[in-house]
Write a protein that binds this ligand. Structure first.
Ligand code: ZN
Length: 258
C-alpha cells in the first residue's frame, strides 16, 4: 500500500476533472490514501467536503505562504473550526516561500507565526512549506514556547538543515524531485534521513516524477515512483520500505490506515 501525504486534488490544474477519477486511478496503483492540504479558506472548505465524500481522503487546513497577503481574521477562525473535523489531520499548508515571494516576507512570517501558535495550542501536527527560507523558519521555531510537530513537505533544503529539523522532531516529505537526474543533492538528503522520518508525497499537480515526466498535471497515483525510489536509495526491498512509509504517516498525523 502507498500513501500520498500531499496532493492538491482540487487544484485548478485539473480543470475540474472529478477527484473521483484521480482517486480511482490512484487506487488502481495501490495508493489508497491521500492527504489534501488547503491553501486558503475556499480550498480548505472544499477539501473538507471531499474528505466526507471519499473514504481515502484526509485534509489539512491553512493559508499558504503564497496567499499570506489574503489573511483575514474571520478565515483564521473558520480554519480553526474546520480543524475540529474528524478527518482534519493537520494545520497546513502554511509556511514561508522566499523563492517566489508572492507576499512580503514580513507578512508571511506574521501569518506563519499565527499558525505555529495555533498548532501548538490545539496540539495538532503541521504541514510546512519552506522554500529558500530555512534560516527564518528555524529562528521562528526557536522563538515558540514549544516546537510543534509535523512534516516539512517537499523538502528542498540541504543535508545540514535537514539534520536540524530532524533533531527538532520533524518528518521530511519527499516528492518526484528525487527521481530527477539533476537531483543528486536531494537523494543525498534521503540517504541522510532515517527511514522512520520519511513521508512519501507527490505535491500534485506539481513535481511529476521523471518516469512520467510528460504527464502534467502530476497526480496521486505517481507517488509509487517516489516511494519506490526512496526504497532503492535506502537499499531496501519495496516490501520492507512501503509499510514503513504508511506507518510514518500514521504516526505523524495520528491516523489509522487499513
Ligand atoms: Zn502543497
Amino acid at each position: 500500500m502507498y500513501i500520498d501525504t500531499h496532493a492538491h486534488i482540487n487544484d485548478e490544474a485539473y480543470n475540474n476533472e472529478s477527484p473521483e477519477n484521480l482517486l480511482k486511478r490512484a487506487k488502481e496503483d495501490g495508493v489508497k490514501y491521500v492527504i489534501a492540504p488547503g491553501v486558503n479558506i475556499e480550498s480548505s472548505r472544499q477539501l473538507k467536503d471531499y474528505s466526507e465524500k471519499f473514504p481515502g481522503v484526509f485534509f489539512a487546513s491553512g493559508i499558504h505562504a503564497h496567499e499570506a497577503s489574503k489573511f483575514y481574521e474571520k478565515d483564521f477562525l473558520e480554519i480553526k473550526h474546520l480543524l475540529e473535523h474528524p478527518k482534519a489531520v493537520a494545520v497546513g499548508e502554511v509556511g514561508l516561500d522566499y523563492h517566489y515571494e508572492f507576499s512580503s516576507r514580513t507578512l508571511q512570517k506574521h501569518v506563519l507565526s499565527r499558525f505555529l501558535k495555533l498548532a501548538i495550542s490545539i496540539d495538532m501536527p503541521m504541514i510546512i512549506h519552506c522554500r529558500e527560507a530555512e534560516e527564518d523558519f528555524y529562528s521562528m521555531l526557536k522563538e515558540m514556547p514549544k516546537i510543534p510537530r509535523g512534516v516539512i513537505h517537499c523538502y528542498t533544503g540541504d543535508v545540514k538543515w535537514a539534520k536540524k529539523f530532524l533533531d527538532m522532531g520533524f518528518y521530511l516529505g519527499f516528492t518526484g524531485i528525487i527521481t530527477f537526474n539533476k537531483s543528486e543533492e536531494m537523494r543525498d538528503v534521503v540517504r541522510n534521513t532515517p527511514i522512520d522520518r520519511i513521508l512519501t508525497e507527490t505535491d500534485s499537480p506539481y513535481m511529476t516524477p521523471s518516469p512520467r515526466r510528460k504527464i502534467r498535471p502530476n497526480e496521486p497515483r505517481f507517488v509509487t515512483f517516489v516511494a519506490d525510489k526512496i526504497a532503492e536509495i535506502k537499499g531496501l526491498k519495496k516490501e520492507e520500505a512501503l509499510p514503513v512509509f504508511v506507518k510514518n504517516a500514521e504516526k505523524c498525523f495520528g491516523i489509522e490506515l487499513k
